[in-house]
Design a protein around this ligand. Structure first.
Ligand code: GRG
Length: 313
């Protein structure tokens, strides 16, 4: 419901978020094999794990970054930006399914419902993660997606690196190894820049590269976007640590207090609540500063940065 005191810009942003969330849901629904397709249990579990939930922050960042370069169409044709946004959500959903398994974070609740291995079983959850990941690379590598193979290769390479051992999976490995051990702020930051930040950063880069392909991935725009996304990715994690302490399970849709229970170092345990909030604020400010060269074209990215900071779930 629109807040009585919302500004027109906020209402416009809320509407944009809803439209994009609905769009991503529809495209995901279309690209996922139906629950009647063999093997039916696996496909049903894949659909259970990705449809009908999640804030879709990575997809939204991808759309917002594409809007830096061209207005996004609301037509029913599926675009390369849609596919990039779906690929990001598929990788993200795979990571959540695996993260919830008993061999990792052992969580029974995800997006307000039983996590995949609880609803199905461990073996199915393992395969769901594997298959969601493969599907992400399959849709982004389709030969009829663009007529620019270099652009697609660059996007595939960025996504593979962000998800792999020097990105998200590497961050998860550091996280698992750190349970019960004191970590310095530097080490905690390295872990989160990989575990959560890498996929958030690549969401922005894929969005930009889906709209304007540059043969040089280190051009001025990409560097500025990396600074924006790196800061907002870390802010996302600091806010996550704060919510783990301050929010309740119903609002979050996942078990709260897990970090303390698992004896995991967090920004709150390391810095205290007040300092953690101040640090999130500092990262947010630095993220917005990095958008300066883009002027009003960056409005959606700015709004998303605010959304990430102010989220309560
Ligand atoms: C298993 C390879 C592998 C990696 C797992 C991302 C991750 C790595 C684990 C998730 C653990 C976790 C709760 C991290 C905190 C930040 C985070 C990624 C929260 C969940 O993302 P949201 O809030 O979730 O965007 P929704 O449900 O909205 O999509």
């Amino acid at each position: 419901m629109t807040n009585l005191f919302s500004t027109p810009a906020q209402t416009d942003f809320d509407l944009w978020v809803k439209l994009k969330q609905a769009r991503i849901e529809a495209v995901l629904d279309q690209i996922l094999p139906s629950a009647q397709t063999l093997p039916t249990d696996l496909h049903s579990a894949m659909r259970y794990s990705i449809l009908g939930g999640g804030k879709r922050v990575r997809a939204l960042l991808c759309y917002a970054a594409a809007e830096l370069y061209c207005p996004q169409s609301s037509s029913t044709n599926i675009t390369i930006t849609d596919i990039a946004a779906c690929a990001l959500e598929l990788i993200h959903a795979y990571s959540l399914v695996h993260d919830d398994m008993p061999c990792m974070d052992n969580d029974d609740l995800r997006r307000g419902k039983p996590s995949c291995h609880k609803q199905y079983d461990d073996a199915t959850a393992l395969l769901v993660g594997d298959a969601l990941q493969s599907l992400a690379f399959s849709i982004l590598s389709k030969t009829d997606l663009t007529n620019n193979a270099q652009q697609q290769l660059l996007m595939l390479n960025l996504l593979a690196n962000a998800s792999g051992s020097q990105g998200m999976a590497g961050g998860q490995a550091i996280d698992l190894a750190a349970v019960g051990k004191p970590l310095t702020q530097d080490k905690l930051e390295t872990m989160h820049r990989l575990k959560t930040g890498a996929l958030i950063e690549v969401a922005v880069l894929l969005g930009a590269n889906s709209a304007i392909y540059s043969a040089n991935p280190n051009n001025k725009d990409s560097l500025a976007l990396r600074v924006f996304a790196g800061n907002i990715g870390l802010a996302f994690q600091v806010v996550d640590d704060i919510l783990d302490v301050e929010a309740d399970s119903n609002t979050l849709g996942k078990t709260t207090g897990k970090d303390a229970e698992n004896n995991k170092p967090t920004y709150v345990t390391l810095l205290g609540l007040m300092q953690a909030k101040a640090y999130a604020q500092q990262l947010h400010t630095e993220a917005l500063l990095a958008l300066t060269p883009f002027s009003e074209q960056a409005q959606r990215l700015q709004q998303l940065a605010n959304f990430i900071m102010n989220r309560s779930f």
